[in-house]
Design a protein around this ligand. Structure first.
Ligand SMILES: Nc1ncnc2c1ncn2[C@@H]1O[C@H](COP(=O)(O)OP(=O)(O)OP(=O)(O)O)[C@@H](O)[C@H]1O
Length: 704
């Protein structure tokens, strides 16, 4: 019997039913999967075994170091290898990045803004083969894990550098690292490192290295630079003393004086001379609050100066100016004081603050412990003018420098202005001397003028007391924030007067011409606008003489009076008034006030040093005098600011009896001082008589 033939649905002729066929396919797939997994497993075992063997052989035959880009050494080694040309042969894959740029000295800022950004090339990822000290080495740079950094959670790829060499001795590799560090240190010590606050706040980042400014390139009066350098070096060498006495190891310097007198330049030069870094602290910058400031001040890089510039511009009435304007979180004044008092810093902290207006600073900021040494950098003295001349023209005879300086008044010009003049005539020494007087141009003089002199020239001297006494405006530079509205508050009701002032403040050219002392020819022009008779004009010009009256004074007299005889009389009066002020017979109110301030400062020193010594002797503590001097607290301003406990430590008073005697004496002396101070204040109040303008008027009416 013939086998019945089955025809499958798909017509393949298979004898399996569809279900069986499906099962068979499933089995086949399962076998394949098992086979593949097994071979994968075997492969990975082989791979791991190979790796293990390779690693073992590598370890036996080679040694290596691994450096992560998180560490500063990473860049030091890459720079070193690149600078030695060790990577050049294999450097086909380069990494390019903008050279890190940070804070720059202000006079370089505008220059740098226009400059092309600088780029630096670093070896890119890959293998680099080189020979170092005769040893073959292999550097592998690879990308590591990605870390989220900063408050922005910015993904930052970490990089790793492996350096390998044959053999099991790691000495050649360590030598390479050592050499790289030495070279970087050599570079570091000849340069000043500039640090700025990291943009995320809370830490310092090195942003620049600068060749230090030579100390003698900042021309100062004798002794200033030497004293500061000595003081800093002494401070840096007295760590143990501070520690043993339990006194916070820190020193603060306040450099004050008009703009352009070298405060910032001096800090830069001091840093170079004392081998210190500079940490530029900008309190008005982005993410800074009291805690952040505290952390920064207590964790500054070793051997560094913390530079806080224009401190008067940061806080007004203990309120942060920037914070007020931007309505954002800022360092508070008390936060600054607390941070300055911080005691965590063990390595010694040098703080340098600069200001144009020491008088505006809160006394709390000025006290010893925060600003221990105050240094005034003033307008140029004759010695400084000659000194700067000789810096620019070193081959010229000293007489030339003298000839230059003879033409200029002392303490009127800042060094920045003189520097600008020498730069202008750098290849024309004769021009520099002949044009010395151009430094005294009106614009420049105006800025530094006392407010009384300025108002006198505007023929508005009657407002001087309002400006000076009620608003505390002493110099023209104090006027910069004044608006027309403020002038009404100073009693200036006439719009025409307000316009004159505003015209001058905004630098209106016509105002400036009338502000200048008139030469004969300029005066003639003004007179011609008011008078027709040539004879009258000549008569008035004879009275005016040379440069005695300003255009405003002349114009007002002519404006207000039509009678020639009255004009003549008023003109004569004005000129005599001007001359008297010029000759100092009627003292300029500002000068008088400045002198008074000086006297007050002297009076304030109620405790001359000898008195402290006498006081110590009187209570049989003579042995403490030497300790007091050693601790540099002999200055009465310092001594009487310290509390009894600190004084007892500094003076090394040990027995209870002596401590008691000392405390009792201090109490007695301080009480005496308070009484003396109260009496002086009373005397001062009774000394105040009238105002300057009235005095001038009185003197004039006696003369006429
Ligand atoms: N005493 C000086 N000797 C040499 N150059 C000086 C001196 N003072 C200022 N200069 C020059 O004037 C310029 C400005 O100086 P610097 O910034 O140091 O003045 P400053 O007193 O800090 O001014 P500000 O108060 O406006 O900050 C610099 O280029 C500097 O070289």
């Amino acid at each position: 019997m013939e086998n019945p033939s089955f025809t499958t649905i798909d017509g393949s002729g298979s004898t399996l039913s569809p279900q069986e066929k499906q099962d068979e396919q499933f089995m086949q797939m399962t076998y394949t999967l098992i086979y593949m997994s097994f071979s994968g497993f075997v492969m990975s075992i082989i791979y791991m075994a190979f790796n293990y063997v390779y690693e073992q052989i590598r370890r036996k035959l080679t040694c290596s170091i691994t450096i992560s880009s998180n560490d500063d050494i990473y860049k030091i080694i890459l720079d070193y290898l690149s600078s030695k040309g060790l990577l050049s042969s294999s450097m086909t894959q380069l990494k390019c990045q903008l050279k890190k740029k940070g804070w720059t000295w202000w006079w370089n800022r505008s220059k740098e803004e226009n400059q092309k950004p600088e780029v630096e090339y670093l070896p890119g990822p890959g293998n680099h083969f080189f020979t170092y000290n005769g040893k073959k080495m292999w550097a592998v740079q690879s990308e590591g894990e990605t870390l989220m950094t900063g408050w922005e959670k910015k993904p930052t790829k970490q990089e790793l550098l492996y350096i390998m060499c044959y053999g099991t001795d790691t000495a050649p590799l360590r030598q390479l690292v050592e050499d790289a560090i030495n070279v970087s240190q050599e570079k570091d010590t000849s340069l000043v490192n500039i640090y700025q606050v990291h943009r995320w706040g809370g830490s310092w980042e090195k942003c620049q290295q600068k060749r230090p400014r030579a100390l003698n390139s900042v021309v100062l009066d004798s002794g200033i630079a030497d004293n500061i350098i000595q003081d800093i070096n002494k401070f840096l060498g007295s760590g143990e003393w501070y520690q043993s006495k339990g006194v916070p190891y820190r020193r603060g310097y306040l450099l004050y004086g008009p703009p352009g007198t070298g405060k910032t330049s001096f800090v830069q030069a001091v840093a170079g001379a004392c081998n210190l870094n500079i940490c530029y602290l900008n309190l008005s910058g982005g993410n800074m609050d009291d805690d952040g400031l505290n952390t920064l001040l207590n964790n500054s890089p070793l051997r560094s100066i913390i530079l806080l510039e224009d401190i008067d511009a940061i806080f007004v009435d203990r309120t942060s100016v920037q914070g007020k304007m931007m309505e954002r979180q800022q360092v508070t004044f008390s936060g600054l004081l607390n941070a300055l008092d911080g005691v965590r810093s063990q390595e010694g902290r040098i703080l340098m603050m600069t200001t144009n207006h020491r008088e505006k600073l809160d006394p709390a900021l000025l006290r010893p412990g925060r600003a221990d040494v105050h240094v005034e950098l003033n307008y140029a003295s004759e010695k400084q003018m000659k000194g700067l001349f000789q810096k620019f023209f070193p081959d010229e005879a000293e007489e030339k420098a003298q000839e230059f300086a003879n033409q200029l008044p002392e303490y009127k010009l800042n060094m920045a202005k003189l520097q600008g003049h020498f730069l202008k005539y750098k290849s024309d020494i004769q021009g520099a001397i002949e044009n010395a007087k151009s430094l005294l141009d009106v614009d420049y003089q105006i800025k530094d003028m006392s407010i009384s002199e300025w108002l006198r020239r505007l023929n508005m001297l009657q407002y001087a007391p309002k400006f000076r006494k009620e608003s505390g405006i002493k110099r023209v530079s104090d006027l910069k924030y004044i608006g027309e509205g403020d002038l009404t508050a100073y009693g200036m009701t006439a719009m025409i007067d307000r316009k004159r002032i505003m015209g001058m403040i905004s630098g209106d050219e016509d105002c400036k011409i009338l502000f200048a002392l008139q030469t004969q020819s300029q005066a003639r022009t003004v007179l011609h606008a008011f008078l027709t008779s040539e004879a009258d004009i000549e008569e008035l010009l004879t009275i005016i003489g040379d440069e005695q009256i300003t255009g405003w004074q002349l114009r007002d007299i002519l404006d207000e009076n039509k009678n020639f005889e009255v004009i003549k009389k008023k003109l004569r009066n004005k000129i005599i008034q001007n001359q008297l002020v010029k000759q100092g017979k009627i003292k300029d109110e500002d000068e008088k006030d400045d002198k008074k301030e000086e006297e007050e400062k002297k009076k304030k020193k109620d405790f001359p040093q000898e008195n402290i010594e006498a006081m110590l002797k009187s209570i049989s503590l003579t042995e403490c005098i030497a300790k007091m001097k050693e601790a540099e607290i002999a200055d009465p301003d310092v001594f009487f600011e310290l509390d009894d406990a600190t004084l007892i430590t500094c003076l090394g008073i040990e027995t209870e009896g002596k401590k008691f005697r000392f405390k009792e004496k201090m109490k007695e002396v301080k009480e005496k001082h308070e009484k003396l101070k109260a009496k002086k204040e009373q005397d001062d109040i009774s000394e105040i008589v009238g105002d300057a303008f009235e005095k001038i008027q009185k003197k004039l009416s006696v003369i006429y």
